[in-house]
Design a protein around this ligand. Sequence first.
Ligand SMILES: *[C@@H]1O[C@H](CO)[C@@H](O)[C@H](O)[C@H]1NC(C)=O
Ligand SMILES: *[C@@H]1O[C@H](CO)[C@@H](O)[C@H](O)[C@H]1NC(C)=O
Length: 362
Amino acid sequence: MGRLWIAIVLALAVGLKTQLTFSIVHEKSLIWDTSRQRSFYIPAMIMAVQGDPTEWVAQTRPEIKYIEAPHFNWEFRALGFDWDAKSIYWSEQKNKKIQALVLNGSTDTRTLFAGTSTEVSGIAVDWLSRNLYFTDTVYNWIMMTPSTPGRAGYRIVVQDGLDSPHGLAIYPQKGYLIWSDWGARPRIEVSDLEGQNRRIIVERDILKPMGVTIDYVHDRLYWVDSAKFTVEAVQLDGLGRQLIHKVEDITLTGIALYQDFIFLTERKLATLRVLDKKTPVKSYKLGRNPFDIMMYDGSQQAGNSSACELLGCEQMCIHDPVTGPKCICGEGYVPGDEESISCNCKIFVIRGAHNGWIGPIA
Ligand SMILES: *[C@@H]1O[C@H](CO)[C@@H](O)[C@H](O)[C@H]1NC(C)=O
Ligand SMILES: *[C@@H]1O[C@H](CO)[C@@H](O)[C@H](O)[C@H]1NC(C)=O
């Protein structure tokens, strides 16, 4: 009886919560998300260890900061960030949204996109063009939407042949968008920032590639395979593949890099794993199942974003390093001028079949 009352009071308290509560500040941090726990009325959380990993990895109990979901039924999934905008982004399964939070003490979230499926497994932010890309594992597409306030629109950038896309990474300085796909032919693919010029990076000996991330210093791609239980790396041209780590029968989902460290989230035993070139694997028990992980750090997002800012696009801007910056309009819009700086709603011309006899004068 007592336990039932406690559960009811807890449920009411959680149900009445309307605001995010958080203690994460804008500072170099390792950030991951964990699932809610139904039986204990613990909401989903985004968690962080703040500071330089070279200092905290040696500690047995690093201090954990968190962002707590405002509602008990929320479930965070994919994560992304923009260091200069001091913003983190996530996909949320219950309300099927992509949302943003500025790490400046404000608890207001901003919705970038509403109407995803429940399974958005990958987010990547182009910090130079200020766009957010996400993989939708159910709708089988990769969508793009502006990441900053004041710009609107969205666009499906990759759709052909996608079959359960999961992880997503971006290399704006080179104009690469990279994703992992489970499908009938599991693979890792790359395209330009508009989803064109696709090529396959890995398609041999790969089963269920989940998180992908880029080592921007050595130009290598790292990924976890949740069915092969491996961490692997490869050059961006598909050569020089390397098995970094193999574990037994656990479900790796996310991967993040910082200097010599590799951070992994693992769902089955609910652990955060740290690999290091110098020391053996370190494992932290999280108590709750994690999903995605990222290294929130300015050194991972180098470059100059002014080219797109100067164009003043109404909707989206894409700065491809080869073709230069340009404005584009989202789905359902047409350019309002030659440079697509403004965008107009598409006008649907209704041409009834009975009007078929009105033809051009030959
Ligand atoms: C935090 O950032 C948001 C969005 O840019 C802004 O509206 C708000 O005023 C800022 N809050 C503080 C406390 O600086
Ligand atoms: C970025 O590029 C613009 C134009 O090329 C330049 O004026 C500006 O100083 C640059 N900013 C930084 C931080 O390098």
